[in-house]
Design a binder for this molecule. Structure first.
Ligand code: ADP
Ligand code: AMP
Length: 227
């Protein structure tokens, strides 16, 4: 299973990618997480990426594409991946085609998760992430059992710097200008699957799996049951 998840910041790509990764037994590959990890380890890549992330801009294509090419060439992704946060513009979308062609692989689908600006702003402002294991929660929609503590590993939950209001506005602008055209790119290739992201987390997972089945990207034997 090789999927790309598309949609505005805060729509639920990371949340759904983690669930779909478990369901299909393939890794969740998030470029945003790769940059955040590099930053927490203070590597040169992390320090360079931080300048763009803090400003709500895209990290330059040469850096991001190189990172994805390397990640998708590792053995752990030979049976598939759920790619979240990449591609974010048309240059990256074409580069992904090249990377996959070189690997002799192809995408099964590009899933566009759709929700309005009001919804994504609410989701971003309440998002909390674990510093240790990276799990994502929401203070209202997916609250941890103990505020500020990760139920999975006990790590500290924090609010991402780029979820501040001014940065969110810029990220949404960048999304509309640069990333939205990627949806049309995949529509033209017959790979696009669109789902309503306004519904709750379980319902969105179910609609993605159902939509993939309708498009024959998933074997009927994969259960529609609990996620
Ligand atoms: P993205 O990866 O697209 O930026 P996330 O998966 O991090 O988005 O989700 C953003 C926030 O919204 C998180 O706090 C997450 O818990 C919450 N969330 C995700 N999906 C839903 C949903 N369907 N309904 C309500 N809250 C959601
Ligand atoms: P995300 O975790 O997907 O919300 O990404 C957080 C930030 O990382 C973005 O706002 C960008 O600054 C950077 N980033 C993540 N993925 C990409 C990408 N594909 N291209 C460029 N920048 C990216």
């Amino acid at each position: 299973m090789r999927l790309v998840l598309l949609g505005p910041p805060g729509v639920g790509k990371g949340t759904q990618a983690a669930r779909l990764g478990l369901r299909f037994g393939v890794p969740h590959v998030s470029t945003g997480e790769m940059f955040r990890e590099a930053l927490s380890q203070k590597t040169p890549l992390g320090m360079e990426a931080q300048k763009y992330m803090d400003a709500g801009k895209l990290v330059p294509d040469d850096i991001t594409i190189g990172l994805v090419r390397e990640r998708l060439s590792r053995p752990g992704v030979s049976s598939g991946f759920i790619l979240d946060g990449f591609p974010r513009n048309l240059v990256q979308a074409r580069a992904l085609e090249d990377v996959l062609r070189d690997l002799g692989a192809a995408l099964d689908a590009a899933v566009s998760i759709e929700a309005g600006t009001e919804t994504v702003v609410r989701r971003l402002s309440g998002r909390r992430q674990c510093r240790r294991c990276g799990a994502v929660y929401h203070v209202e929609f997916n609250p941890p059992s103990e505020p500020g503590r990760c139920p999975k590993c006990g790590g500290e939950l924090y609010q991402r710097d780029d979820d501040r209001e001014e940065t969110v506005r810029e990220r949404l602008r960048v999304y509309m200008a640069e990333t939205e055209p990627v949806i049309e790119f995949y529509r033209q290739r017959g790979l696009l699957v669109s789902v309503d992201g306004e519904r709750d987390i379980d319902e969105v997972t179910q609609s993605i799996i159902s939509a993939l089945k309708e498009g024959n990207a998933v074997e009927e034997s994969v259960s529609d049951g609990d996620s």
